[in-house]
Each structure stands twice: as C-alpha cells, then as structure tokens.
Design a protein around this ligand. Structure first.
Ligand code: ATP
Ligand code: MG
Length: 264
C-alpha cells in the first residue's frame, strides 16, 4: 500500500532555522493495516502524515503509494484516494452549511450515479448513514453543522470521509479535542468503519492506551524516525507500562519526567 524509503524532510534548509523533522525514515504499510502512531511533541508524526498526503514534499528519499511513485505528486492528486481528519473538529466540514448540504458535497465522490441535487432518495440515504452514528443526527439534516458539538461534528467528519471511499485514512489526533466519552465514541466508530471498509489507516494519538487498544500495528516515533514497530501478538500483549519501558530502553534513559509526554 505504502512504501517509503529513506525519506528525509528538512525545513528551511541552509538557514539558521534549519530543522530536520524526518530523518532517513523507511516504512512499508500493508493493505488493511490499522497503524497507531505515538511519540512525544515534535517527534515528526504530523510531518510524516503531511508527507504521505503530499501536503509537503520530501527533501530526499522515495515514496510509493498503491504501486505508483508519488514522491513528487502534489496533494490534490493524492486526495482522490486519501482521507484525512485533523484534531480540530471544525476543519472537516462547513459550519455554515446544513448536515445534508455537507453530506451532499461529499456524496458526489462516494455515491456515484446519484443526482447532484438533493432529493428524497438522497435524504433517506443520508438519514440511514447518520443513524449508524447513534447520535440522533438523522433528525437534524437541516441544522447547520456549526450547531453540533465537537464530538458530533468529528463523527460526521469521519462518516463523510469514509463515504467518499478513500483507500487510505490518515487520522491526526482526531479525538484529542473531545471529552473522554465522545473520544471513545468516535474511536469505536473509527474502528467499525475501518473494519467494514477494510480501510488502511494511520492514527496518531498521544493516548498510549488507545494506541495499544486499537489497530494491528503500533509505531513509536522519536526525533524524526521510527524507533519501535510492534505488531501481531507482541502488540496484543502490550501494556502502557511495557511501552514506556521499551521507550526508555531504546533511548537508554532512566524513568524521568518525560514519560508524562507518553502517557497523556
Ligand atoms: N512547516 C514547518 N516549518 C518548519 N518547521 C516545521 C514545520 N512543520 C513542522 N516543523 C517542525 O518539525 C518538527 C516535527 O513536527 P511535527 O508537527 O511533525 O511533530 P509531531 O510529532 O506531530 O508533534 P505533536 O505531538 O506536538 O503534534 C518540529 O520541530 C516542528 O517544529
Ligand atoms: Mg502533530
């Protein structure tokens, strides 16, 4: 699905602000992988997703997605098969438009063969999709999205992203701005959508418990590279404590205050 070889990203090269955010990183992602990514602030997690989505291009190295060399391919060309959700619940939908209007825009990609205009058949389809969220949103088709709570809005964004049928789903702390209950709801929806669509997904989180609980593979990033890559039974048997211990073994550091970064 994704083949990244020795990719490096240096911001502001040759200036006093030169900063290598990704350093000689290689990664192969299999179709159907649900990968969780942890790592402290500034480790390069968002930059890695930016490189995969094409919103920034690498300084060196190569990237293949679905067998094509996309190393220099701009973001808008990759958007056809990549869905992305950010931490801020207001980013994925338009607050000034109604739920049905928002869904209609995304449905042009996902529901091929349907009319562009909103009709009864489409409204019924949207209602059925919204019922699956179990948030009562099926009764609010005409409400502006700006009226929804953060959790409802992020669930809607997730639904709309999935309905546009991406091959790859990139989630960047997409539940971090939600209260614990809504975070759990959106996470279990994520799991369900990923399972139902056999979607290849990469999910950045600062919550170690979530990183362990979800997905089939866990990556830990540090200073622009992957320092730990766990899958299969090893991942199933992980605990937060084991993960923090591994981090310190790899970094050859003592248990210090920085585990706070990993356990938040
Ligand atoms: N556009 C940019 N220009 C300059 N430096 C950048 C840019 N984007 C990211 N960086 C730098 O790259 C490094 C990695 O940042 P990145 O946002 O990828 O970290 P992160 O792992 O996502 O952290 P967080 O957990 O805080 O979101 C940081 O030092 C950051 O300041
Ligand atoms: Mg980030």
């Amino acid at each position: 699905m994704i083949n990244i070889t020795k990719i490096t990203k240096t911001f502001n090269p040759g200036t006093v602000n030169e900063n290598t955010a990704i350093r000689n990183l290689s990664l192969t992602v299999q179709e159907g992988d649900f990968i969780t990514i942890v790592g402290s602030n500034g480790a390069g997690k968002t930059t890695l997703l930016n490189l995969i989505s094409g919103s920034i291009l690498p300084s060196s190295g190569t990237m293949y997605i679905l067998g094509n060399d996309v190393t220099r391919t701009p973001e808008y060309k990759r958007a056809a098969y990549i869905g992305r959700i950010f931490q801020d619940p207001t980013l994925g939908t338009s607050g000034k438009l109604s739920l049905e209007h928002n869904m209609n825009i995304c449905s042009r990609k996902g529901f091929k063969g349907l009319k562009i205009s909103l009709d009864a058949k489409k409204r019924q389809l949207f209602r059925e999709e919204l019922i699956a969220l179990e948030m009562g949103l099926e009764n609010r088709l005409k409400d502006n999205v700006g009226l929804l709570s953060g959790g409802q809005r992020q669930a809607l964004t997730l639904l709309m992203t999935v309905l546009s049928r991406p091959e790859l789903l990139l989630l960047d702390e997409h539940t971090a701005a939600l209260d614990p209950r809504n975070a759990e709801i959106v996470l279990s929806l994520t799991q369900r959508f990923v399972d139902e669509g056999n979607l290849t997904s990469m999910m950045v989180t600062h919550n170690m418990k979530h990183a362990i609980e979800y997905g089939n593979r866990l990556l830990m990033m540090d200073r622009g590279d992957i320092i730990l890559d766990v899958s299969g039974d090893e991942k199933k048997n992980l605990t937060v404590e084991k993960l923090v211990k591994k981090f310190h073994e790899i970094k050859q550091t003592e248990y210090t205050s920085d585990e706070a970064l990993l356990t938040t």
